[in-house]
Design a binder for this molecule. Structure first.
Ligand code: KG4
Ligand code: ZN
Length: 358
């Protein structure tokens, strides 16, 4: 099955072409430099940039894949959650392509797509679901922090999520507070490498509670109070690095501890993780050490696929179509606040198009 996939939910314009689990192309145009001077994503600018980028990015994807549009079997696009107008650009583009080609159209849940990105890997890139097993998955990005239990392919249950800021947002806000540029996460990560994670102690929010929710807004506030009491602390580069390492250690400890606890509670043998924050070297290392210690397997998204991309959208769409998921109406709308909990399995459709790539 050949699928055209589109992702425009935030600040990455991405187009992928998928064939039977293989990723023939996954082009991503990032808008980071555009939003940098504003210190965050400006929705109106993101929307216009998607409009400008979608056709050239699609052309690049088709060129790389050597596919022609009339060879496609279906078109898939992120339907939500995300920035409303940014979503609309990609969604309409996908609907128009499906309409013109007379092919099924699939509106995909962005977080459900993230759940499958740790299964994509190797060179050439392809997804490997022969090895699929029940797992607990951590999604950590600038907009979301979620723990999800996957009992089987397309079967998931949300265990917990953030009650306020996402982990990436916490990285970005702390980075801004200490004068780093946008997005702050990667810069904080680099500075943390030369610092002592035990130099300063910051709270580990909700670490002790037995539920699987997170809260990160208090951590940013405690860093602000901490700095107000110590004017001049950041004047030496070692203290700056120590502060970054200590804040990062607090975020990582909460993420890792809750993920491992959830995996044990759900009695799974595998932990997976994806989303922009999984690029963080400390988190990758923390996850590796913690899973090894308790005998769990770990599968994190490849660094190039942690952040938003259309490959994960296409891979999920392909599994969905093969397993009989309904196509989405061409006159459907985006769902900017779509919660993963509200995604109901739409399997009323006739028969699967084809078995998942044998
Ligand atoms: O998944 P993503 O590209 O976009 C969404 O938010 O959906 O994630 C971006 C987030 C930003 O908050 C960014 O600071 C964070 O991921 N991030 C990192 C690192 N790389 C990206 N946070 C910590 N360490 C990193 N190395
Ligand atoms: Zn995302």
């Amino acid at each position: 099955m050949k699928i055209l996939a589109i992702e425009t939910s935030c600040d990455e314009t991405s187009v992928a072409l998928i064939e039977n689990g293989a990723i023939l192309a996954n082009e991503v145009a990032s808008q980071i430099s555009l939003h940098e001077e504003y210190g965050g994503v400006v929705p109106e600018l993101a929307t216009r940039e998607h409009l400008r980028n979608l056709v050239p990015v699609s052309r690049a994807a088709f060129r790389r894949s050597r596919l022609e549009p009339d060879q496609l079997d279906a078109v898939a696009t992120t339907r939500g959650p995300g920035l409303p107008n940014a979503l609309v650009v990609g969604y309409q583009f996908g609907q128009a392509a499906a309409f013109a080609l007379n092919r099924p159209f699939l509106g995909v849940h962005h977080h459900e797509a993230h759940l499958y990105s740790p299964w994509i890997g190797g060179e050439p890139l392809r997804a490997d679901f022969k090895r699929f097993e029940p797992n607990v998955s951590l999604i950590v990005s600038g907009g979301h922090t979620l723990l999800v239990h996957l009992d089987g392919l397309l079967e998931h249950r949300v265990l917990g999520s953030t009650v306020d800021d996402a982990a990436g947002e916490c990285f970005d806000k702390v980075a801004k507070l200490i004068g780093l540029g946008y997005p702050g996460g990667p810069q904080l990560d680099r500075l943390a490498e030369g610092g002592d994670p035990e130099a300063f102690h910051f709270p580990r929010p909700m670490l002790k509670e037995s539920h699987f929710d997170f809260s990160f807004s208090g951590l940013k506030t405690s860093v602000r109070y901490f700095l107000e009491k110590r004017p001049g602390l950041l004047e030496t580069s070692q203290s700056l690095q120590d502060l970054c390492a200590s804040v990062q250690a607090a975020i990582i400890e909460v993420l890792v501890t809750k993920t491992i606890r959830a995996a044990k509670a759900m009695e799974v043998g595998l932990v997976t993780a994806s989303g922009g924050v999984t690029c963080n070297r400390g988190l990758r290392q923390g996850m590796e050490e913690a899973t090894r210690k308790v005998g769990l397997k770990l599968q994190m998204a490849d660094k190039g696929l942690c952040t938003d991309n259309a490959a994960m959208v296409g891979i999920l769409a392909e599994i969905g179509l093969c397993r009989g998921r309904d196509a989405t109406h061409l006159d459907s709308e985006v769902i900017p606040n779509w919660a993963l909990e509200d995604l109901v399995e739409g399997s009323s459709v006739s028969r699967p198009l084809r078995a998942v790539w044998q």
